[in-house]
Design a protein around this ligand. Structure first.
Ligand code: GRF
Length: 218
């Protein structure tokens, strides 16, 4: 299955997908990395692995919609089966998004619908949340509100800071993203007429990843 990854920064989620591809765990081929920041470390990771890169420097576009149009034009040219937003820090607003519904997923560092948007770790602590985590969801026009696929949750500890929470969660995020892409790549999760079907059945709730596993959902 051909996959395009969109990323903006460090690239640890991209690396997790790449590792799973290279080990054969995921039957995918990352055909391109699209990045909106020319200085993002993720670009070097992709280049070192011979993954083609495409930089769309967000600062060169005065209008948000122009950036989006360029992005969707690129995606249409490549026409991958799946687009994975893995630490892609831009909101997509173009109407073209609709034609990608069901073919684009995002990883978000919170237990959605809690804490959509930015600064999720800080906000989880400020809210006194006892559990925090990450979610993978289909991308829709409403930011961080598309149909949920899966989640992973950890306990918040008394001494946690936003940084420690982010650090403790990150490895689980990677596992969640790999497991979720795996569901799609293995044909278990499909998008049909506006909703996700798992093994042919509409999903009632997001799958919960078993901690320590990259394949097992509770
Ligand atoms: C991750 O926490 C992801 O969930 C969020 O941004 C971070 C990106 O990290 N959207 P990386 O670039 O994949 O290392």
């Amino acid at each position: 299955m051909d996959v395009v990854v969109l990323a903006s920064g460090r690239g640890s989620n991209f690396s997790a997908l790449l590792t799973a591809q290279e080990s054969g765990e995921l039957p995918i081929r990352i055909v391109e990395l699209v990045c909106d920041r020319p200085e993002a470390p993720v670009l070097a990771i992709a280049r070192a692995a011979n993954v083609p890169t495409h930089v769309l420097d967000a600062r060169r576009f005065t209008e948000r919609s122009d950036f989006d149009r360029a992005l969707f034009a690129r995606l249409t040219t490549i026409d991958p089966a799946l687009v994975v937003l893995a630490g892609f820090m831009r909101i997509l607003v173009a109407p073209e998004l609709r034609s990608w519904e069901g073919r684009m997923i995002n990883i978000h560092p919170s237990l959605l619908p809690r804490h959509a948007g930015l600064h999720t770790h800080r906000r989880a602590l400020e809210a006194g949340d006892r559990r925090h985590g990450a979610s993978v969801h289909y991308v829709s026009a409403e930011v961080d509100r598309g149909a949920l696929i899966s989640q992973v949750a950890i306990d918040v500890e008394q001494a946690d800071t936003p940084a420690s929470l982010a650090r403790r969660l990150l490895g689980h995020e990677h596992a969640l993203l790999v497991a979720s892409v795996g569901l799609i790549a293995h044909g278990r999760l499909r998008w049909l007429q506006g909703e996700p079907l798992l093994d042919g059945v509409p999903m009632r709730a997001p799958l919960q990843l078993v901690i320590g596993s990259t394949t097992r959902f509770a």
